[in-house]
Design a protein around this ligand. Structure first.
Ligand code: HEM
Length: 119
């Protein structure tokens, strides 16, 4: 049987590293960094890791809020979403993730856009 995306990304340990890099990239990103100014970064990194672990076919460890509730009231626009998605792609590159897995992550992120935008 084909391995899950979770397994192909390298399992929990690797995904924790990817999630840390994603949040670090967001904070350093001039287009969206200010959004994270009043955020508990270690908690956000932990939630991001658990979200990816669960969302890619790993154990059901995500206990955070759903995406609509998380981003409600932020009024996020398309340019910010695109920029955040680029941060994720950069984090995957940094961690040696291959093209096919990058495409799958990109598709998953894009498919959630209506829960993130203009809420
Ligand atoms: C498909 C795209 C996105 C996904 C999958 C996603 C996912 C998440 C997750 C899992 C959390 C943690 C939730 C929790 O702590 O329970 C989070 C928090 C957050 N996200 Fe997103 N996000 C996306 C796009 C964005 C964009 C585009 C922005 C802004 C430019 C953004 C801003 C934030 C902020 C500021 C927080 C922290 C909220 C807090 O202070 O707790 N997100 N996101």
């Amino acid at each position: 049987m084909e391995q899950s995306l979770y397994e192909r990304l390298g399992g929990s340990e690797k995904i924790i590293q990817i999630a840390n890099d994603v949040v670090d990239n967001h904070v350093a990103n001039p287009r969206i960094g200010k959004r994270f100014a009043n955020t508990d970064l270690p908690a956000t990194k932990k939630a991001a890791a658990e979200f990816i672990i669960t969302g890619t076919g790993g154990p059901e460890v995500y206990t955070g809020k759903d995406m609509r509730a998380t981003h409600a009231g932020m009024n996020i626009n398309e340019a910010e979403l695109l920029s955040a998605m680029s941060d994720v792609m950069d984090a995957l590159d940094k961690n040696g993730v291959d093209q096919r897995e990058k495409e799958e992550v990109l598709f998953i992120l894009f498919s959630m856009k209506d829960e993130i935008l203009f809420g």
